[in-house]
Design a protein around this ligand. Structure first.
Ligand SMILES: C[S@@+](CC[C@H](N)C(=O)[O-])C[C@H]1O[C@@H](n2cnc3c(N)ncnc32)[C@H](O)[C@@H]1O
Length: 329
């Protein structure tokens, strides 16, 4: 019988059958059953043959890769558009049409645009949006989900909840990027008990970008990549140091930096691909997509922010036109 272990934070409980199963044998019993012994020295992984590694039981619980190659295209009325309604319903997007979703959701922590949701209600919102995203993603399409953990009493590990949620939805996790926002950027002096073990508190200098794929890890349809060697080397490590964007400059309480999205777009998409952001805010994803010759589509529930997105996109166009005029001259 399977024992589903749950995490509990407040009223929220999260069972995850695929990972946490009742251990039926003790370690001694497993050792007795083991039929092969391994010698020390060069392992299979070191010479790039990872087949025996992925045959291990550890990977038996994961969703298997499928090989469908169906891809749909977005109509011209949808391409490069921002829709001013909730991304819980993205019916404008056909199934299997988006190459990459990049987003930073509302964190439900009291920003101007935040509702005051319970953890259950909040995670249910994210789950509805992730379900719609999965439908719209093409096979091999990726999700780059920027999330921070919140609170201290207790610390709520949203990164873990989202990782488990996405796995339960059948998405394949492919990595976790630690986005270091700059030394001392937290600006917080909430260190708890000053220089005392009484109750010292950690101040996060980082957020996460969780990366998933739909159905398969590779992109069956090939295209032209635009990333150069140095950027590829930086982008394929799991710690990215990128400074934050100024809320005042952009006119939104929580923008992420265009440089962060540009790196994700260059790493995970081909030229001309469609990039979706279901929580557009000030439109950083759209700006990055436009600058890199990709298409965007997005959702933003606040008309005030939709107006800011159009202003930023107009400015991006003017910058591009200015650059191309300079080239001609
Ligand atoms: C963290 S902000 C995104 C910031 C964005 N990455 C940027 O660079 O400006 C989250 C945004 O999601 C919007 N939002 C909240 N709930 C939404 C929903 N259900 N559908 C669409 N947008 C929503 C909020 O108005 C807010 O602007």
């Amino acid at each position: 019988m399977t024992n589903i272990r749950s995490y509990n934070i407040g009223s929220f409980s999260f069972g995850y059958q695929a990972i946490y199963q009742k251990r039926e044998l003790t370690t001694e019993q497993h050792l007795q059953n083991r039929t092969t012994t391994k010698s020390f020295g060069t392992g299979k992984r070191e010479n790039h043959d990872s087949s025996s590694f992925y045959r291990r039981k550890l990977f038996k619980t994961r969703a298997s890769e499928e090989t469908t190659e169906t891809v749909s295209t977005l109509s011209s009325g949808v391409l490069d558009q921002v829709f001013a309604h909730s991304s819980e319903n993205m019916s404008e997007l056909p199934d299997n049409s988006v190459a990459l979703m990049v987003t930073s959701p509302p964190y439900n922590v009291g920003k101007d645009y935040d509702l005051d949701l319970t953890l259950d209600e909040y995670l249910n919102l994210l789950e509805r949006v992730l379900t719609e995203t999965k439908r719209a993603l093409m096979p091999g399409g990726r999700i780059a989900f920027n999330v921070a953990n919140v609170g201290r009493k207790p610390y709520i590990p949203l990164n873990s909840f989202v990782a488990v949620m996405a796995s339960r939805l059948g998405l394949l996790m492919r990595g976790e990027i630690i986005w270091v926002k700059g030394r001392g950027v937290s600006g917080s002096c909430a260190w708890g008990s000053w220089m005392s073990a009484g109750n010292p508190t950690l101040r996060d200098l980082h957020e996460y970008v969780l990366v998933f794929s739909k159905d398969r890890f590779d992109r069956p349809c090939k295209g032209r990549s635009t990333i150069d060697r140095d950027e590829f080397m930086r982008a394929t490590t799991s710690v990215w140091e990128i400074p934050t964007e100024s809320a005042k400059r952009v006119g939104h309480p929580a923008p992420f930096p265009v440089a962060l999205v540009e790196r994700l777009i260059q790493l995970y998409t081909f030229e001309g691909d469609v990039v979706l952001d279901p929580f557009m805010g000030s439109g950083s994803t759209a700006v990055a997509a436009k600058r890199l010759g990709r298409h965007f589509v997005g959702y933003e529930i606040s008309q005030e922010y939709v107006d800011i997105i159009h202003k930023r996109l107009g400015q991006t166009d003017r910058e591009f036109n200015g650059q191309s005029k300079q080239h001609v001259a």
